[in-house]
Design a protein. Structure first.
Ligand code: NAD
Length: 497
């Protein structure tokens, strides 16, 4: 059995815990590794090493930091096949999708190479006579990241390259379901020349998460995961005086207008609803069919959902792999059962597929519901599986209100040829990331990623300019050089003359 440990101060270490978690290969439904679940003491060791490393790393010039990050980019590219295979073997998504998600993470590394430009401050000469004022952004100290299972490379890479480029040191606590890839990412950063202690990985579960939230030497916490845990992280990190950004779950709607290019909408929806078996926070899990487009949309979708090629992630023909664990498979199946009970029409039922040679894998076929109503739990809750619900709306306004009334606000999109509908949608929708004829509007690395409402607790989105703001604090300096003219004490509020 393969053993997955921690990475602290540039070394693989096993720590003090005797608790272990099971890591499965979901394509075959077998446990292949054990991961050590860290104690509070293990976390404290990582934080102390990161705190020590901060003393020197924060004084390394931005251009020197950028050079190490540039080298890291090259090393990731060289190892991309190995990393993608690690993702497939523990998460289950298909190989090309795993590679694509790594590329999206790598783009943040590329953005971080430009950190000297992002850290340039503002300067005003003569804010008062012979007085200059300037603002700089300085690193926070030790930052922590807590990440979900569904993007073991991309989501950690939204965080640590930005934090480190800004001069912070970092402790990452990845998902215990697929920890091999994030551990490898940290080892490769060392190979690129990152000093020991700047990036540490501590594996574990709630015990180590709580230790992060309580640790007095951690200045900021970035979290991505489900909404109940995001809220817990937000409240407890803030209570312990930390800066926090906590991204939560989603229920993303795709509005299909009667005037749209239907082929484009159907193909967009297929990838967005069933890609990565629906285990994406930007998956489209609701299609809102407006006006008379519903019957045609359901007809076209059902043919494609039935034809989906399901299989192990390393099979080139697979379009959709298994779900991450047996428990998650049971949960998603349970939601399909529930949808039937609630009165929705199950047009395509993927619950009972069996793959020859992979009978123990955690597979489910694509499922498609029609006539889903807004009071049903399958509409209100995040399923996080390959289940698409079609809701009928009589017009654009009803579709808009449906989305604005939903508790989540991560991503959404509209398919239309009408510029006015597209513009009004973008302007009035209460969602953080919006696509117009784009199925998964994930912002690129030099913009920032984040949702609204209960999809994000905190003020700053991830990576891009908001990432730089999150991982730095502002300092403004006002200065006058002695000019030989002596001034008397002033007891009134100074105003600039
Ligand atoms: P999760 O909330 O179960 O776990 C996320 C992290 O929190 C893991 O590291 C886990 O170890 C830790 N954790 C779990 N339970 C905890 C507890 N009780 N106390 C403290 N820590 C705990 O999420 P997941 O199942 O790994 O990931 C799927 C979820 O993540 C979905 O809801 C998905 O929408 C969301 N997600 C959101 C985004 C986004 O950008 N908004 C991106 C990816 C995933």
């Amino acid at each position: 059995m393969n053993l997955i440990e921690h990475f602290i101060d540039g070394k693989i270490v096993s720590g003090t815990s005797n608790r272990k978690g099971k890591v499965f290969n979901p394509s075959i439904g077998k446990q292949e590794s054990e991961v050590i679940l860290a104690t509070k003491q293990d976390l404290d060791l990582a934080v102390q090493k990161a705190k020590k490393a901060f003393e020197t790393w924060s004084n390394v010039t931005p251009i020197q930091r950028a050079r190490i990050i540039f080298k890291y980019k090259e090393i990731i590219e060289k190892n991309s096949d190995l990393i993608a295979k690690m993702i497939v073997s523990e998460h289950g998504k298909v190989y090309e999708d795993a590679k694509g998600s790594l590329t999206r993470g790598l783009e943040v590394v590329e953005f971080a190479c430009g950190i000297p430009q992002m850290l340039k401050g503002d300067f005003t000469e003569n804010v008062g006579t012979n007085i200059d004022s300037w603002s700089v952004r300085q690193p926070l100290g030790v930052c922590a990241g807590i990440t979900p299972f569904n993007f073991p490379a991309m989501v950690p890479m939204w965080m640590f390259p930005m934090a480190i480029a800004c001069g912070n040191t970092f402790v990452l606590k990845p998902s215990e379901k697929d920890p091999s890839c994030p551990l490898k990412l940290a080892e490769l950063f060392s190979e690129a020349g990152l000093p020991d202690g700047v990036l540490n990985v501590v594996n574990g579960d709630k015990e180590v998460v709580d230790a992060i939230l309580e640790h007095k030497d951690i200045s900021a916490v970035s979290f991505v995961g489900s909404t109940p845990i995001a809220k817990y992280i937000y409240e407890n990190a803030a209570k312990n005086e930390k800066r926090v950004q906590a991204l939560g779950g989603a229920k993303n709607h795709c509005v299909v207008m009667p005037d749209c290019d239907l082929d484009q909408a159907v193909n967009g929806l297929m990838g967005a609803a069933y890609g990565s078996a629906g285990e994406r926070c930007m998956a489209q899990s609701v299609a809102v069919a407006v006006g008379n487009v519903g019957d045609k949309l359901v007809d076209e979708l059902s043919k494609k959902v039935e034809a989906l090629k399901i299989g192990p992630g390393m099979d080139k023909n697979s379009e959709m792999g298994p779900l991450v664990t047996k428990e998650h498979l049971e949960r998603v199946r349970g939601y399909v059962d529930l949808g039937i009970k609630e009165g929705a029409d199950l047009v395509v039922d993927g619950r009972d597929i069996k793959l020859q040679g992979y009978e123990d894998g955690y597979y489910i076929g694509g499922c498609l519901f029609d006539n889903v109503k807004k009071d049903m739990r399958i509409y209100k809750e995040e399923i996080f599986g390959p289940v698409l619900s079609v809701v009928r709306a009589k017009d654009f306004d009803e579709a808009l209100n449906l989305i604005n009334d939903h508790e989540f606000g991560n991503g959404t999109s509209i398919y239309t040829r009408d510029g006015d509908a597209g513009r009004t949608f973008a302007n009035q929708i209460k969602v953080g990331m919006v696509g117009i004829n784009i199925p998964i509007p994930v912002p690129v690395a030099f913009h920032s990623f984040g949702g609204w409402k209960r999809s994000l607790f905190g003020d700053q989105h991830m990576h891009g300019p908001e990432g730089v703001r999150f991982y730095t604090k502002l300092k403004t300096i006002t200065s006058r050089w002695p000019s030989g003219v002596r001034s008397d004490p002033e007891f009134i509020m100074p105003t600039m003359k």
